[in-house]
Design a protein around this ligand. Sequence first.
Ligand code: SF4
Length: 340
Amino acid sequence: MVVSDTFARPLRNLRLSVTDRCNLRCQYCMPERDYAWLPRKDILDFEEVSALVDVFAQLGVDKVRLTGGEPLVRRDLAELVRLIAAKPAIRDLAMTTNGVLLAEQAPALKTAGLRRVTVSLDTLNAGRFRELTRFDDHPKVLSGIEAAARAGFESVKIDTVVIRGVNDDELVALLAFGKSAGAEVRFIEYMDVGGATRWSRDRVVSRADMLGTLARHYGPIEPVSETTSAPAERFRLSDGTVFGIIASTTAPFCRSCDRSRLTADGLWYLCLYAPNGTDLRGPLRAGASREGLRGLIESTWRARSDRGAEERLGMRNRSPLVPLTTLKGDPHLEMHTRGG
Ligand code: SF4
């Protein structure tokens, strides 16, 4: 069964945030000193997550990505991977991680059935990594990428958020690193969501600027033609190296967006920019039947008209989506809660 929203976008892709906690403090996501965390009693256990995935799968979800916060700080994550990987309807199970704990967990995750891994890596410079994240874990992230490549996942990718004046001088080096590590690099435009309280338009490096920088070094770049709802547009260098750009700020892709997000405490968001989510934990814990949950999810998706990034495209004085004082009052507005 495929359920479509008001723009005929199917419900296909579920991002599961398994924790709002993170072991880094990236400038573009968690720049503050203190955070309000989701109450522990509200965090869904693995059986509850698995039960909700079953309902989503009945409505057409066939791709699941584990996110956080940092998913690897959730204890026994491989057990959740095993539960989801065993569902025949879920044909793709991936994870986005900061990589700090990946070296120690990659083999168990692969054995449990995780297919693909994306590691965030914004710089190749350890000092810069510390400035960006407040932690000295750069070597651990590099080891994590190596371990993932060794573990034999179907793919290992590297995601880099590009910020002007911070790491936009590393595009060429990051591509070379990705090639040597056997990982496809994807450059992401700096977005104005969640904890990006220091976002400003002039710090965004556009897709066009990135391509210009790379073409000056590598020569002609050709687009890879493919039909997909994936957010990255892919390109090929003349030596065959393929990389992606996620132009979420200057050229958003809402019209093909089949993604939704479930927070660790069971709120379901239809868009990264959505102000509110649908509570699935309440009905689940109150004993709602599968049919009841399915009806709730189906009717909510059918009414979906979100296109957050496209709506912000035309704003004249674009500034961070949520002011800091508002963010402090509701952790659900944070990207590290929604799974970015
Ligand atoms: S802004 Fe919302 S609708 Fe647009 S691509 Fe992102 S999550 Fe999808």
